[in-house]
Design a protein around this ligand. Structure first.
Ligand code: SAM
Ligand code: SF4
Length: 510
């Protein structure tokens, strides 16, 4: 059981809203009151580059810098990439983004599932179905018994190993609840349908509201994976329009400093994101670069992942349909390529918010992670046998891609990609700055290739349809041949673990 004695508890929503934020933990990271999201600089860069074609030689220089150093670009460099509209030059950028992704992450796509724990919320975000006062939303908090039922479907029927656990912000589901849900997920083991092997969840990432340092230390102690908080928009004026001043989330500085607190607390895999469609995408990308650079400056650790949620229809709000900043699929694809070149080492997540066509399109634009067989209704996995079922009043927004994991694994294989269920990184201490260096040099790619093979083998045997298994095995043969060529001395060890996995041993990793 997590030791929660160090964290504050709040009896009512009003008390929580008034007293949750710890001002000293904001001020520490905004010395002299100066914010690292320098809006003056961002607006100047946008104004200077707006509508002007860039010098192709300069663009190629920046691509080369990104590809050779794999270090975060300067905002001025990202601004140049944002100017590119010429299709041939953009294709050069896309191809480089794909090469960088392959150099850092190989041909892997990491698979995860969202798991919504609660939709009680003290905040009033204007675009979200969970917001306080939205009477159309059916409210619910998973009990630990209900959570076990959800995990049984996710781990035991679908075959997921990695979750993103999602929470509204409310004293009922505070840090103590989050810690208990993480522990409950890790402790559940169920038999796999095709082999009877014991399977379970091995990595729980969390998407929740910003927390103080003491609370983050508790989450670290129960083995949190990545702590993900989406900034929604970095533009302070638009942020304040979307998030009422009376709400906890209305405090822009509390949210923008939350990853500094994470890294201070030792939660060193942090996941940044912007809710695209609330503001000019160029502003958001430049701000993301400034955010990554400030984390690197303080802690020498940048974002473990970037997420790219786009506004989707939600219950009781018209913001997702009426925002003046909505983006089309082509712009979405551009954003991904520029993000990959701007923060070359980071993981990039594209969720099932997107349509199948949009996700298929951006697979070679630098992305590394996706979710499948997703159900974002609270208790949706165990309540609905039909995986594609959606219900606006039970979920935060509507999903665009309802493909099953079996279908997606097969599709990825048809594009030469291996689906990875690997969760070894944080369990072997390969997190934060340590994994960042390994990624930049391509070392992590090698370890991960082996772990991808082992976990893919597990999933194919435990869950795949015969058709998917046949295609998956072809991929495995190619991957093993590559490992043999790269690491001839180590290959016999890899093969021993692989054969043990085929015999039914589980959770072997390097
Ligand atoms: N409640 C916490 C918070 O807001 O920080 C946890 C995250 S919330 C449950 C998950 C994320 O969903 C939000 O950060 C936001 O980016 C996204 N979201 C909210 N409404 C959305 C919508 N209509 N379409 C797409 N994404 C949305
Ligand atoms: Fe609450 Fe998060 Fe939705 Fe805002 S985005 S209303 S904080 S659940």
């Amino acid at each position: 059981m997590a030791d929660c004695s160090s964290i504050r508890k709040f009896a009512t929503a009003a008390d929580y809203t008034k007293n949750f934020i710890v001002q000293g933990e904001i001020d520490k990271y905004l010395p002299g009151g100066r914010h690292f999201i320098d809006e003056g600089l961002i607006n100047r860069l946008i104004a200077e580059t707006d509508g002007k074609a860039p010098d192709p030689a300069r663009v190629r220089e920046i691509i080369a810098k990104s590809e050779t150093t794999r270090e975060t670009l300067l905002p001025e460099e990202t601004a140049v990439l944002m100017q590119v509209t010429d299709p041939d030059l953009f294709e050069e950028m896309r191809a480089a983004a794909d090469r960088i992704k392959r150099a850092v992450y190989d041909n892997r796509i990491v698979m995860f599932a969202p798991l919504y724990m609660s939709n009680l919320c003290v905040n009033g975000c204007r675009y979200c179905g969970f917001r306080e006062g939205n009477a159309a939303q059916k409210r619910r908090v998973l009990t630990m018994d209900e959570l076990k039922e959800e995990v049984d479907v996710l781990a035991g029927r679908i075959g997921h190993k990695r979750l993103i656990a999602v929470y509204g912000e409310h004293p009922t589901t505070s840090t103590e609840y989050i810690a208990e849900t993480i522990e409950t997920c890790y402790n559940r083991q169920v038999p796999a349908p095709r082999t009877g092997c014991k399977v379970g969840i091995r990595r729980v990432n969390v998407n929740a509201a910003p927390l103080p340092v003491a609370d983050l230390k508790v989450l670290r102690s129960v083995g949190i994976g990545t702590f993900q908080v989406f900034q929604e928009t970095y533009n302070r004026r638009l942020y304040e329009q979307m998030h009422p001043a009376w709400s906890v989330k209305g405090n822009y500085d509390w949210r923008t400093t939350c990853f500094h607190r994470c890294l201070e607390a030792g939660v060193d895999d942090v996941g940044l994101g912007v809710l695209y469609g609330l503001c000019d995408w160029r502003f958001e990308l430049l701000a993301t670069v400034l955010h990554a650079r400030d984390l690197e400056r303080w802690f020498n650790i940048g974002p473990h992942t970037l997420s790219f949620p786009r506004l989707e229809p939600a219950s009781g709000t018209r913001v997702p349909e009426e925002s003046p900043w909505l983006i089309d699929d082509a712009t979405f694809a551009r954003i991904l390529v520029i993000a990959r070149l701007s923060v070359p080492y980071t993981g990039m997540i594209v969720t099932a918010r997107e349509s199948p066509a949009s996700r298929n399109r951006v697979l070679d634009h630098g992305m590394t992670q996706l979710d499948c067989s997703s159900n974002i209704a609270i208790k949706g996995y165990s309540d609905f046998a039909d995986e594609a079922h959606q219900e606006k009043e039970r979920q935060q927004f509507m999903l665009g891609d309802n493909r099953s994991i079996d279908e997606m694994v097969r599709y990825l294989a048809s594009r030469g990609m291996i689906t990875s269920f690997c969760t070894a990184g944080y369990r072997c201490g390969r997190t934060g700055g340590c994994i960042m260096d390994a990624l930049k040099t391509g070392r992590e790619g090698k370890f991960c290739k082996i772990n991808a093979i082992l976990t893919f083998r597990e999933w194919l045997d435990d869950f795949a349809s015969p058709e998917t298994k046949a295609i998956g095995e072809e991929i495995i043969r190619k991957e093993l041949a590559e490992v043999k060529e790269w690491l001839p001395k180590f290959y016999p060890t890899v093969l021993r673990q692989y054969e043990a996995t085929c015999r039914g041993e589980r959770d072997l990793f390097f």
